[in-house]
Design a protein around this ligand. Structure first.
Ligand SMILES: Nc1nc2c(ncn2[C@@H]2O[C@H](COP(=O)(O)OP(=O)(O)O)[C@@H](O)[C@H]2O)c(=O)[nH]1
Ligand SMILES: [Mg+2]
Length: 336
């Protein structure tokens, strides 16, 4: 079970630009004095906290970050351009540590918080700077300073964006294992655990989000077990609830009835449960004929349930992407 997202990356701030060695050359000034400008400073490596991200998934793909170098100085006293800072967005909650010293460099606690993690090098002085009364034509300049480079560890406590709810056996664990790297126990019998299982989902170009299997919500409740703080925190944080209802033929009661039982149960845990967005997912469609699916859909329609309804099979992956599309859309229109 994974509650922590981690990544190791390396960052390199920009080198300062070299100062210029240059002398004035004008038509009527045969031996012009020095006019080499200074080099520009390199770019800093800056981390910026954002609520738009929930995971460190992006850092699995890109592990090295380099800010640009400053431009060299030029003649005619022109200074080189400073390089722009490299701004790396990280989710709010990310802790940044230096891997060589183990020092915590930053705790990114608030949206838009910015911290310089690797400082850039200053630009070098041009030869003009080194002119003195005894040295009127210095033929040297200064190199820019090196930018800092660091090996960085990022760590984030995961919190769920999407909660999976549904009866035992509805297919929650299977769903999360199909859409993420999470590998919960999948059982043919109601499996009870009070530990939430989290999965990081990367879908198309969208920001990765965290899906949480909330088995304890119903299964634990049946057995009168108390729920841990950590568990409830995950449940409360979710912005969308994915309600899974099995279509399997071995179910004895109609899908719509089983759906209602769970919905009623949920109101005990979420004070705003009426408002919290739902997506209803009818699962295990591979086990039934189309006519059965059509009948169940009719029942839901008759009951005037407004939430989007998607029929899937996690076993054959049918329509699983449609669920992810719907989740992305919902999370984007309903930010943290
Ligand atoms: N045929 C089929 N079986 C499924 C599908 N999804 C889940 N199952 C099976 O249904 C049972 C319960 O699934 P599980 O994911 O553990 O349900 P949970 O209790 O809601 O977490 C397991 O035997 C799964 O293999 C599906 O799409 N098709
Ligand atoms: Mg399960």
């Amino acid at each position: 079970m994974k509650f922590i997202d981690e990544a190791n990356i390396s960052v390199q701030a920009g080198h300062g630009g070299r100062g210029s060695i240059s002398f004035r050359r004008e038509k009527y000034v045969p031996r012009g004095g020095p006019d080499g400008g200074d080099g520009g400073k390199g770019g800093d490596v800056v981390f910026e906290a954002t609520t738009r991200m929930s995971t460190l998934l992006d850092f699995k793909y890109q592990r090295r970050f380099e800010a640009k170098n400053g431009s060299p100085g030029m003649g005619k006293m022109k200074n080189g351009k400073a390089a722009p800072d490299l701004v790396i967005p990280v989710p709010v909650g990310t802790v940044i540590t230096d891997r060589s010293s183990n020092d915590v460099l930053a705790d990114m606690t608030t949206d838009k918080q910015r911290v310089i993690i690797a400082k850039s090098g200053r630009g070098g002085k041009g030869n003009t700077f080194f002119t003195t009364s005894t040295r009127q034509a210095p033929k040297f300049s200064q190199d820019g300073e090196e930018g800092e480079s660091k090996e960085i560890h990022l760590e984030l406590k995961l919190l769920a964006d999407v909660g999976l709810i549904g009866e035992p056996n509805a297919g929650k664990s299977t769903f999360i294992s199909v859409v993420s790297q999470a590998r919960p126990k999948i059982a043919d019998y109601p499996f009870t655990t009070l530990e939430p299982v989290l999965g990081v989902v990367g879908h198309k170009k969208a920001n990765a989000f965290v899906v949480c299997d909330l088995p304890g919500l119903i299964e634990g409740a049946h057995q009168g077990k108390g729920m841990g703080d950590r568990f409830l925190k995950h449940a409360q944080r979710t912005r969308v609830l994915l309600h899974l209802v099995s279509l399997a033929p071995d179910e004895t009661r109609p899908a719509i009835d089983r759906y209602r039982v769970i919905e009623k149960e949920i109101t005990k845990y979420f004070d705003d449960s009426k408002k919290r967005k739902r997506i209803i997912v009818l699962t295990k469609s591979d086990l039934v004929d189309n006519t059965v699916v059509t009948d169940v859909l009719k029942e839901f329609k008759k009951a005037k349930i407004k939430a989007p309804l998607i029929v899937i099979s996690a076993a054959t992956r049918t329509n699983v992407n449609l669920v992810l599309d719907a989740l992305v859309k919902e999370l984007e229109t309903n930010p943290k």
